[in-house]
Design a protein around this ligand. Structure first.
Ligand code: F6P
Length: 319
């Protein structure tokens, strides 16, 4: 048995821990492992590298991905998928483990459904926007990194009595913003799932000011607007000193938290265990506290629900 492993889409802290788990589990079961560099791009271009137990030593604590990654727009094209399948055959790959988020899912579904490639996906993206799993590898670290930055920004907000609009990642979803906003005690959280009522936001800021609040931190999901634009709008409407700040790519890198390392390890091991049993076409994640395997086909066209009660709670507490 020869197992291929790749990481695709946005890098996420914990991807290396997942690669390590895949490689070492495969070796444990007597299989050999081939790494595919640069995700689906490497699959099309034939960027295959042999991996052994030593290749994945000392990486459990490293951010990014040793296999590198890419956003392979071309992979939507059937002829490119065919090329990938041919490369898998040429390299005698019997099973593939892909590690990534939503874009990775689309590629995996196409490879499995249209071309019959035996594969499993490890759920990994900082955005936590994959349906079929409560949590993805990388989310916890990204949230904690963004939180640290927000805590620092609050120092300036308090010292200057300023309003800050802090923009966090999440693509078109608000999972990071919601989590970070609650943990950072944000006065207001703006996510794409709930349209912004600007009048309500302004009232909240002005009421806070009247009650003696010395600062205001608004957490804005990137999918719901731009920090600088919203800051300008607030400044013009209220006359209060307002700044925009973008957390940016800092929240995507760095040393994974213990939680992400553990998730990556158990997901990676499970993806291989299922493959050794001949079980393919699954998204490996976590549901209700247990490692889960959900058929990729069941997740087609689905979107993940966000817990809006958390937003209500944040609103109640930020008086
Ligand atoms: O999916 C992870 C993510 O960091 C998103 O939060 C963000 O919108 C996107 O990737 C940025 O993509 P890129 O690295 O291609 O600029």
């Amino acid at each position: 048995m020869r197992i291929g492993v790749l990481t695709s889409g946005g890098d996420a802290p914990g991807m290396n821990a997942a690669i390590r788990a895949v490689v070492r589990s495969a070796i444990y079961y007597g299989a050999s492992v081939v790494g595919i560099r640069r995700g689906y791009l490497g699959l099309m271009e034939g960027l295959f590298v042999p991996l052994d137990s030593h290749s994945v030593g000392g990486i459990i604590n490293r951010g990014g991905t040793i296999l590198e990654t890419a956003r392979a727009e071309d992979f939507k094209r059937k002829e490119m998928q065919k090329l990938a399948v041919e490369n898998l055959e040429k390299n005698d790959i019997d099973a593939l483990i892909v590690i990534g988020g939503n874009g990775t899912f689309k590629g995996a579904l196409a490879l499995h459904k249209e071309w019959g490639v035996p594969l499993n996906q490890v759920a990994s993206t900082i955005d936590n926007d994959l349906p079929g799993t409560d949590v993805t590898v990388g989310f916890d670290t990204a949230v904690n990194t963004a939180l640290e930055i927000i805590d620092r920004i609050r120092d300036t907000a308090v010292s200057f009595e300023r309003i800050f609009v802090v923009e966090v990642m999440g693509r078109d979803r608000g999972f990071i913003a919601l989590e970070v906003g609650i943990a950072g005690g944000a006065e207001y959280i703006i996510i794409p799932e709930v349209p912004l009522e600007f009048g309500k936001l302004v009232r909240k800021i002005e009421e806070g000011k009247m009650k003696g609040k010395r600062s205001c931190v608004i957490v804005l999901a990137e999918g719901a607007g731009k920090a600088e634009e919203l800051a300008k709008r607030i400044r013009e409407e209220t006359g209060l000193e307002t700044r925009g700040s973008v957390v940016g790519y800092a929240q995507r890198g760095g040393c994974p938290t213990a939680k992400d390392r553990v998730l990556a390890t158990v997901f990676g091991a499970e993806a291989v265990r299922l493959a050794m049993e001949g079980k393919y076409g699954y998204l490996i994640g976590m549901r209700e506290g247990k490692v889960s395997a959900v058929p990729l086909k069941e997740l087609e066209g689905k979107t993940k629900e966000i817990d809006l009660t958390k937003l209500q709670i944040a609103g109640i507490l930020s008086i």
